[in-house]
Design a protein around this ligand. Structure first.
Ligand SMILES: Nc1ncnc2c1ncn2[C@@H]1O[C@H](COP(=O)(O)OP(=O)(O)OP(=O)(O)O)[C@@H](O)[C@H]1O
Ligand SMILES: [Mg+2]
Length: 330
């Protein structure tokens, strides 16, 4: 079935509303025209749907006539290729990282979807678990040189430096969370780690870096327990450094998707996370929507076909469209 007409989604399947979750608005999706954009999809916890959402958002974007490359940055557990129905990737990021391949374009593999290609994750995670910073910068530069409109990075679980740095490198930082307390806990841990790592990387001043490091330790002797405390302390020592730090803090924002929602109460978790982040970190969060828990989603994984293709009339797809529309808005 055709979901598309030119650059907008004009025909979306009717909502199969179970009553448990609310419906979403439908209409054309405006897509920015020429800019190359890197999106990173992370969230701290494993099994929450990062890979699934990366692959389905990528297929959706490719349907909107955008040239899309998905990159499997789950260096310890690459499986993005499987969710796109690809068996054994011939070349992976390992080949680039170990200089067996010079040009990242040589790693690109076609998928069965027009406009959508894949760069598979590393096959040898042990050697690149702690990638030197210079290597990460080089990789980021190579991603920007790729011939694509959108590059989507599927991140692994956890808060390793690799994962945080690729998250921070993206133009659009997307965090996936599920309503489970463990997922919410890990999401906050991920947000905090990414936020302080960004601040630390952006200041050249040793004593400010030191204060940021102390702030990351909850039991620090200075009693800095929130970013606001940190800012106060830096301003006390140097108002100009404080100004710089504040502008960095203000620049940090991310988009939030709640996945595997089963009740309308669970869909509100996005707003709660948004409020907590704004109050605690003073950061801006775009809550772009939720995806319901839907049997068609896990069933599609078994078939190794994106649920967008397998179940285009599902509620999950309707919500995915709304999420994509919001992601493209800002
Ligand atoms: N909305 C949903 N409805 C039903 N099942 C879902 C949904 N989202 C995710 N799942 C289930 O969760 C599983 C894990 O998803 P996925 O592999 O995308 O997680 P992940 O966050 O990438 O995990 P990892 O960190 O281990 O790579 C899927 O295989 C699917 O069975
Ligand atoms: Mg994954």
């Amino acid at each position: 079935m055709s979901l598309l007409k030119s650059n907008s989604i004009t025909s979306v399947p009717p909502v199969d509303d179970s009553g448990a979750v609310t419906t979403v608005k439908r209409g054309p999706v405006a897509v920015p025209s020429t800019e190359k954009i890197i999106w990173a999809i992370g969230g701290g916890k494993g099994g929450i749907g990062k890979t699934l959402l990366t692959s389905n958002l990528a297929v959706f974007l490719s349907w909107l006539h955008k040239k899309v490359i998905v990159v499997d940055m789950d260096l310890g557990g690459a499986n993005l290729h499987t969710s796109l129905g690809i068996n054994n990737p011939t070349q992976t990021l390992s080949d680039l990282l170990y200089n067996r391949v010079e040009d990242a374009n040589d790693l690109i593999q076609p998928t069965s979807f027009k406009n959508l290609s894949l760069i598979s994750g590393a096959h040898d995670p042990t050697g690149i678990a702690n990638m030197p910073h210079v290597q990460k910068t080089k990789l980021g530069r190579k991603f920007r040189e790729l011939d694509a409109d959108f590059i989507l990075l599927d991140l692994g679980a956890g808060t390793t430096h690799n994962t945080l740095d690729f998250f921070l490198m993206a133009d659009k930082k997307i965090i996936v969370v599920t309503p489970e307390p463990t997922s919410i806990e890990n999401a906050y841990r991920f947000i905090k780690a990414a936020f302080y790592r960004m601040l630390r990387a952006s200041t050249p001043t040793p004593y400010v870096r030191q204060l940021i490091e102390q702030a990351m330790d909850q039991k620090n002797a200075r009693g800095i327990s929130t970013p606001k405390d940190l800012l106060k302390e830096v301003i006390r020592l140097s108002p100009s450094e404080g100004e710089l730090l504040k502008s960095k803090m203000d620049s940090f924002r991310f988009s939030l998707i709640v996945n595997q929602v089963r009740t309308s109460a669970e869909s509100k978790i996005g707003t709660s996370v948004q409020i907590v982040c704004e109050r605690y970190f003073g950061m801006h969060v775009d809550y772009v929507g939720f995806i319901p828990y839907d049997n068609c989603v896990w069933q599609s994984i078994r078939k190794r076909v994106p649920f967008l293709i397998e179940s285009p009339n599902s509620t999950a797809v309707t919500h995915l469209e709304s999420v994509l529309r919001n992601l493209l808005k800002n």
